[in-house]
Design a binder for this molecule. Structure first.
Ligand code: GUN
Ligand code: ZN
Length: 478
C-alpha cells in the first residue's frame, strides 16, 4: 500500500478498535440488508482532519497506521441522526396533554414554548438540549426551532460549541388558537425573521452547505399554523433560499381523529384534496396552484401516518423524506405509518424522536418502537423489520433526509468520522443480553441477532463517547 498522503501533512491519525456495524455505500431502502457491514474486531482510522481514511479488520490494519494511538470499545456505530426533534419542547417530554395532538398542543406545548422568549431560560434550555443530544449520541439532527430568535441564537451557539451538527429554523406561526398567541407573528414579521435567521446562521461555520455543521430550515409549524398567504410568501422566499441549501421542514398527516382532528381541519380550512398539497404550492381550494412548492431533496415532513398513495408518490418523486416518529405516534395516539406501503412507495424514511411528543431521546430506542409498532400492524401489513433496516433508519437514512449523505451517515472512507463508542459494561442489562443471550448457529443470522440486541437493548449510559468529524463532542455545563 502506498503511504497515505494525509500522514505526510502531519495530521494526527487515530485508530478506534471495536466491533463495528454500519450500512456501507448508498443503498436503496429495499437493498439495505446486503450493505450491512459487521467487523467483529474492526478498526476505524481517522485522520487529523476528522475524515475516515481506513476501515477494516484490525488484523489487516495497514502498517502506515501501526504507530497511531488506539482507543478501544466494545462497539462502534455511526452517530445517530434524529430527523425530527423539537428544541422548545426540551422540558415537555412525558407531559399529560389530556387528549390527542390538538389538545396536547394547547394544554402543554404552546405554554412551554412561550417560555423560550426569555433569554436566560432559552440559553439554559439550549445547553440542556445539547447535553441530551450528546447523551443520546445524536450527532446530527433536524431541530424544529423556537419562535424566538434569542432562543435560536442560543441553540446554534450551544451546538457549535459542543461540536454537533444541526439544521434548524424558527417555528413559524401566523395564525392559531389563543393558547398559541405568544408564538404568533404577522406574516411580514414571519418572513423577515426567517430571512434574518438564514442570513445569520446558514452555513455560518464553513460557508458551504455541503460541509457546514450548522444550517437553517424554513419551518412552518404545520398548515394549521399558517395561512395560504403565508405559504405563498414562504414559497417565494424558499424558491431562492433552496439554491443556497436552505431546508424545508414541517409536520404532515399526523392526526386523523374523525371530524375534528388535524387532517380534517387542514382539508376543511384550505379546501384541498390532500394535506401535502398545502406544502406543494397547491394550497388554494380544490388543490389549485397558488405558489411555489416547498418540496425537494432538502425537505422533510414529520409523521406522514395517514397519507394518500398520491401523497407518498409525490414525496418520492420530489425526494422529500419522511421523519418517522413511532414513539411520538404511540404517545399521542396518532396511529402507525404503514411501513411496507411507505417503503414500497419509494420515500426515504428516517427516524425522529419528536421530543416532546416522543418521550425518548435515544434514536435506537425509537428504532425499537419502530420494530414493535410495525410487527403489530394488522394482517399482511405487519412486518418484522430487518435489523439492518433499523440501523439504516437510525443513521444513513437520516443523513439522506438531510441531503448530507456525502458527508456522514455511515463509515465509508472519505466521509467525516461521525460515530459512537459503546461500552456494554456501562449498562448491565445490555452486557447481559449481548454476552449471555442465545444466538443462532448460523454466523450470518447470529450477527443480525447481535445487531438487533445492540440497537434495541442500548441505553444512554452505554454510550461512552460521541464523535463528530473526528472530534469528541463536549457537553456544555448547565
Ligand atoms: N403538529 C404541529 N405542531 C406539532 C408539535 O409540536 N408536535 C407534533 N408531534 N405535531 C405537531
Ligand atoms: Zn413534531
Amino acid at each position: 500500500m502506498t503511504e497515505p498522503s494525509h500522514l505526510a501533512s502531519g495530521g494526527e491519525v487515530r485508530v478506534y478498535r471495536a466491533h463495528v456495524f454500519h450500512i456501507a455505500g448508498a443503498p436503496d431502502q429495499t437493498d439495505v440488508a446486503s450493505h450491512l457491514v459487521s467487523l467483529p474486531d474492526g478498526a476505524l482510522v481517522v485522520d487529523g482532519e476528522g475524515r475516515i481514511v481506513w476501515l477494516g479488520d484490525w488484523a489487516a490494519l495497514p502498517a502506515a497506521f501501526a504507530g497511531a494511538p488506539v482507543t478501544r470499545a466494545d462497539y462502534l456505530v455511526p452517530g445517530f441522526v434524529d430527523s425530527h426533534v423539537h428544541f422548545p419542547q426540551s422540558y415537555a417530554t412525558a407531559a399529560h396533554g389530556g387528549g390527542q395532538l390538538l389538545e396536547w398542543l394547547d394544554h402543554c406545548i404552546f405554554p412551554t414554548e412561550a417560555q423560550f422568549a426569555d433569554l436566560e431560560f432559552a440559553d439554559r434550555a439550549a445547553r440542556y438540549f445539547t447535553r441530551r443530544r450528546i447523551a443520546a449520541g445524536t450527532t446530527a439532527a433536524m431541530v424544529f426551532g423556537s419562535a424566538f430568535p434569542v432562543a435560536q441564537d442560543a441553540l446554534y451557539r450551544a451546538t457549535l460549541e459542543a461540536g454537533l451538527r444541526v439544521v434548524s429554523g424558527r417555528g413559524i406561526q401566523t395564525v392559531g388558537p389563543e393558547a398559541a398567541s405568544a408564538l404568533i407573528t404577522s406574516e411580514e414579521d414571519a418572513i423577515r425573521l426567517v430571512a434574518e435567521e438564514i442570513d445569520r446562521w446558514h452555513a455560518v461555520d464553513t460557508g458551504d452547505p455541503r460541509s457546514a455543521h450548522v444550517q437553517v430550515a424554513v419551518v412552518p409549524r404545520f398548515s394549521l399554523s399558517v395561512t395560504p398567504r403565508t405559504l405563498a410568501a414562504l414559497g417565494e422566499l424558499y424558491d431562492e433560499a433552496r439554491m443556497t441549501g436552505v431546508y424545508f421542514h414541517s409536520h404532515l398527516n399526523e392526526n386523523n381523529r374523525k371530524g375534528d382532528g388535524e387532517i380534517a381541519a387542514v382539508l376543511g380550512s384550505y379546501g384541498v384534496e390532500a394535506y401535502l398539497d398545502t406544502y406543494d404550492g397547491r394550497f388554494l381550494p380544490g388543490s389549485k396552484s397558488g405558489g411555489h412548492s416547498l418540496l425537494g431533496r432538502r425537505s422533510s415532513l414529520a409523521h406522514a401516518v395517514h397519507s394518500q398513495p398520491r401523497e407518498l408518490a409525490r414525496m418520492a418523486e420530489t425526494g422529500t423524506s419522511i421523519a418517522h416518529c413511532p414513539t411520538s405516534q404511540l404517545f399521542l395516539g396518532s396511529g402507525t405509518m404503514p411501513w411496507r406501503a411507505t417503503v414500497e412507495a419509494g420515500v426515504n424514511i428516517a427516524l425522529g424522536s419528536d421530543i416532546g411528543a416522543g418521550d425518548e431521546w435515544l434514536i435506537s430506542r425509537v428504532a425499537g418502537d419502530c420494530y414493535k409498532v410495525h410487527i403489530s400492524e394488522e394482517g399482511d401489513a405487519g412486518t418484522a423489520i430487518h435489523p439492518a433496516e433499523l440501523l439504516f433508519a437510525a443513521t444513513l437514512a437520516g443523513a439522506r433526509a438531510l441531503d448530507m449523505e456525502h458527508a456522514f451517515g455511515n463509515l465509508d472512507v472519505g466521509k467525516d468520522a461521525d460515530f459512537l463508542l459503546i461500552e456494554t459494561s456501562r449498562w448491565e442489562p445490555l452486557e447481559g443480553m449481548l454476552s449471555m443471550g442465545i444466538r443462532s448457529d448460523d454466523e450470518e443470522q447470529a450477527t443480525l441477532e447481535e445487531l438487533f440486541t445492540l440497537l434495541v437493548g442500548l441505553r444512554q449510559p452505554a454510550i461512552a463517547a460521541v464523535y463528530v468529524a473526528g472530534e469528541k463532542a463536549v457537553a456544555p455545563e448547565l
